[in-house]
Design a protein around this ligand. Structure first.
Ligand SMILES: *Cc1c(COP(=O)(O)O)cnc(C)c1O
Length: 417
């Protein structure tokens, strides 16, 4: 076969197995070009919520393509974007009144940071510092890498990254250190915003923390007048058991980022939701106060139609029930992993994770690769984060399908030993 011309994301072409060619998707399954079925245990990188090719989303996309494919979104608007914005505001935590569209989780966070800086500048306050949680991940653009935790993934780009105030992660029992650090950052008076993934740091290793800690971090931000940005790019759309994770802490963020599951995972679309005062601070007769951001495909009508179909599915199908049932099945499957080589079993909503004990930390990358190959040989798509194995399936997955995933996990320690 001809060598591929494609340069894949987060792929070491000198080590990783050649990419598996996928030609179909249905429910929780992917199908390879030669007809092998693979169970999508990570929702195709955390995006697919209702399963692949949900008929309502497919129909909405077809329908929209027959009407309007794309239009400039400055000076023009369209019904799918208008309706979607209204519906997002209805469903999102209270106080968010305006929706800015973009096309990926990273851009939704970039926009959030720009909104925050623009807000303080426009009201004439000298606040430019950003605080962020350790182990945080907010995307792979320069700004979002700056807010994310530092490591091998961004070391080469460090000269381009801006400084943020790093707040210790609120691990259970260690929350006070988090609160103290955030309080100290707030007392400086220059804190523009604090950004966090609510309740779970995804790419950071599926690290979980309590709703009480989230609520307290928000209170500290409020006390010091700093904006709270909720990065719900992964946590949104039911993943953590509620539509948005913030709901579990009754937290109303000043800015909320959503992407991944916004279209049910079918098409790229993101939104940054902002409170009234943030929007108002950008409304002026002075053009210099504009939110200077756009991407070519802002609010693409087909993507908006897919997102509206996703919301329709939440309205008309028992999605909340599916989420609850999946959480219960996940809990039972996790508890049945009794091999002592699995550590720190944990679950939040539909997501489970365990850490595989490894003797040599430097061996992590090799273990990750072996785990991936092992699960794929069992017909299951898993993509461990180092030695952390996690399961984040689409909601419609059956108990029998879930059992296949855990069979692959159960046999993993021996396979990679
Ligand atoms: C995936 C992710 C992002 C980045 O989203 P992309 O669509 O990949 O750019 C940002 N924040 C969080 C919490 C994520 O999980």
């Amino acid at each position: 076969m001809r060598r591929s011309a494609v340069w894949h994301p987060f792929t070491q072409h000198g080590l990783d197995a050649p990419a598996t060619a996928i030609s179909g998707g249905d429910g929780a399954w992917l199908e390879t070009a030669n007809g092998t079925r693979i169970l999508d245990a990570i929702s195709s990188w955390w995006v697919i919520t209702h399963g692949h090719r949900h008929p309502a989303i497919v129909a909405a996309v077809r329908d929209q393509l027959d009407k309007l494919d794309q239009v400039i979104f400055a000076g023009f608007t369209h019904e799918p974007a208008e309706r979607l914005a209204e519906k997002l505001i209805e469903r999102a935590p209270a106080g968010l009144t305006h929706v800015f569209y973009s096309d990926s989780g990273s851009t939704s966070v970039e926009v959030a940071l720009k909104m925050a800086l623009g807000y303080w500048r426009n009201i004439g306050a000298a606040r430019t510092r950003i605080a962020a949680l350790e182990h945080g991940y907010h995307g792979d653009t320069i700004g979002t890498m700056s807010a994310g935790s530092r490591g091998v993934f961004n070391a080469a780009y460090a000269p381009l990254l801006f400084d943020v105030v790093r707040i210790p992660f609120p691990f259970a029992g260690q929350e006070q250190a988090t609160f103290d650090a955030l309080d100290a950052a707030g007392r400086n008076g220059d804190l523009a915003a604090f950004i966090a993934e609510p309740l779970i740091a995804g790419a950071g290793g599926m690290l979980m923390y309590s709703p009480a800690a989230l609520a307290e971090m928000k209170r500290i931000c409020d006390r010091h007048g700093a904006l709270f940005i909720a990065d719900e790019v992964m946590t949104g759309w039911g993943r953590t058991g509620t539509l948005f994770a913030c709901e579990q802490a009754a937290v109303a963020p000043d800015i909320l980022c959503t992407a991944k599951g916004l279209t049910g995972g079918s098409l790229p679309l993101a939104a940054t939701l902002a409170s009234e005062r943030i929007f108002d601070a950008h409304v002026s007769t002075d053009r210099a106060r504009t939110l200077f951001h756009s991407s070519s495909f802002t609010a693409n009508p087909v993507c908006c139609a897919a997102a509206l179909a996703n919301l329709g599915i939440w309205d008309t199908e028992p999605v909340a029930d599916r989420v609850r049932k999946l959480g219960e099945m996940q809990e039972a499957a996790l508890r049945a992993l009794t091999d002592p080589r699995f550590e720190n079993p944990r679950r939040l909503g539909t997501i489970t994770a365990v850490d595989l004990k490894v003797a040599d930390e430097g061996y992590l990358a090799a273990v990750g690769l072996k785990l991936r190959a092992h699960s794929l040989s069992h017909g299951v798509l898993l993509r461990p984060l180092g030695n952390t194995i996690y399961v984040m399936p689409p909601y419609g997955i059956t108990e029998a399908e879930l059992a296949l995933i855990y069979d692959a996990i159960r046999s993993a320690p021996d396979a990679v030993a």
